[in-house]
Ligand binder design. Structure first.
Ligand SMILES: [Fe+2]
Length: 206
């Protein structure tokens, strides 16, 4: 395998086809959330020296592609990884596994997970050994800025997720990490990244 194969990401046409197929299999707000996460990644990356905005779009737009299988929780990460690996999109496959693990604080209780023990063991080992890069960080941040309607400030998205899924003892630490990521990209972009996201004030106040 060439080093470039490890970086391969889905093209715009491939993303469109994958999301259309996924929307037919499991329609829902997650499709527009995904596209908006891609747009957030692209807009932020465009302002950051050294980041490729089209690659960023691809990684953001397909981070939740594993949801094509139906209404699942943690399983969407593994399913997305498998889906992208099968397509040869190794760059996207990595982000399918890393996007939710901002602290690498994986819940060890199998009851929490809707995946098999074998898949859990693979996931745990993968996350513990993987080295995150700026694209992993960017998708982790964008996931907290993109709703199905558009873009909002982190606080709004966090409360929205907490109201839907609840919180646990590590929630505040994860929120802190996402605010750190925002500071990191604010610095890289040389501006407040909120200002790069179209109509953020409208969606935030909605
Ligand atoms: Fe997401």
């Amino acid at each position: 395998m060439k080093a470039s194969d490890l970086l391969r990401t889905a093209t715009e046409a491939e993303i469109e086809a994958a999301l259309a197929e996924a929307a037919a299999a499991n329609p829902g707000k997650w499709i527009t959330h995904s596209i908006n996460a891609g747009i957030a990644c692209r807009e932020i990356a465009a302002k950051c020296p050294g980041l490729d905005s089209e690659r960023a779009y691809s990684l953001g737009a397909l981070h939740d592609i594993g949801r094509y299988v139906g209404i699942v929780r943690g399983r969407h990460q593994i399913e997305g990884y498998r889906y992208c690996m099968a397509k040869g999109w190794l760059g996207n496959a990595k982000v399918c596994l890393t996007h939710s693990q901002v602290l690498k604080d994986i819940n060890r209780s199998l009851d929490y997970w809707d995946i098999s023990k074998t898949d859990f063991d693979f996931f745990l080992e993968y996350i513990e050994s993987v080295v995150y890069d700026d694209y992993d960080y960017l998708v982790q941040l964008a996931d907290c800025l993109a709703t199905s309607e558009g873009f909002c400030i982190i606080e709004k998205r966090m409360i929205d997720v907490a109201r839907r899924y609840g919180v646990d003892q590590d929630s505040v630490a994860r929120w802190e990490r996402v605010f750190e990521l925002k500071d990191y990209f604010d610095q890289k972009a040389g501006c407040n990244i909120y200002t790069l996201l179209p109509d953020i004030e409208k969606t935030t106040l909605n």
